[in-house]
Design a protein around this ligand. Sequence first.
Ligand SMILES: *Cc1c(COP(=O)(O)O)cnc(C)c1O
Length: 273
Amino acid sequence: MLPIVYLNQQYLPKEAAALNVADLAILRGYGIFDYFRYQNGQPRFVEDHLDRFLRSAKLLSLEVPISRDELREVVQQLIVRNGGGDGGIRFVLTGGYSADGYTPTKANLVAMSYPFKGPAQEQYEAGAKIMLHEYERQLPEVKSIDYLEGIRIQPLLQKKGCDYALYVDRDHNVRESDRSNFMIVKDGTLITPAEKVLLGITRLHLLRLAGQLGIPTQERPVSVSELLAADEAIICSSTKGAMAITSVDGTPLANGKVGPVTRRLMAGWQEYI
Ligand SMILES: *Cc1c(COP(=O)(O)O)cnc(C)c1O
């Protein structure tokens, strides 16, 4: 984490930026967040991220204590006060200090900057090894702070030698990864689920980029069998951009290599952003 943190209208050294133990985020895991990158001091897709942050807050009936303009100002201040350049910003909004340990009160707003370190170039070349995992996120449209299952299964991922999990719902559809969205390519069309997933900003812009590149797109559910028969598959997020999925539960997907549509998106992304 970079040295200066925003906490409830104040900029503080990170060591001094503390929440009280009565916060519902600590007691009940009640809170939301958002994360986005900045490059050369410029935040990436900031309006989309503010939209989503405000939407997540609304879905949990949390009141954001400052206006949208003030949120934007916090982003600028954090970037400048932490030396500009490249990094990531995380906003967190919690349920607040609760006397009875259950009823939300005045939300606490925290914003932090981080140095950015994405996956290694070799990981993009090799693609991701993924593990299918039956799980449905509780409130899929909310970017909540609840990553219980994703964190719980880390030892399992390690044991299986996989990089990421893909969550499969009760209807055998693949929804998303723990912190990334999911797409397949079949006969040249890019297909991605649009319902009961966190609507990622990277997903949104990759769909737009595909449009610009003349790659047809579809937004609809994708079943496990469609994934296994896909020509290519992708996971995407603010930290990763687009990354190929090259194996599923230990079996290579298609020829086990990064496919041509994924390569076009990966190359086009650098221009697009
Ligand atoms: C953050 C997140 C994503 C990716 O969203 P981006 O805005 O592209 O970073 C996808 N799924 C889940 C569950 C997430 O938390």
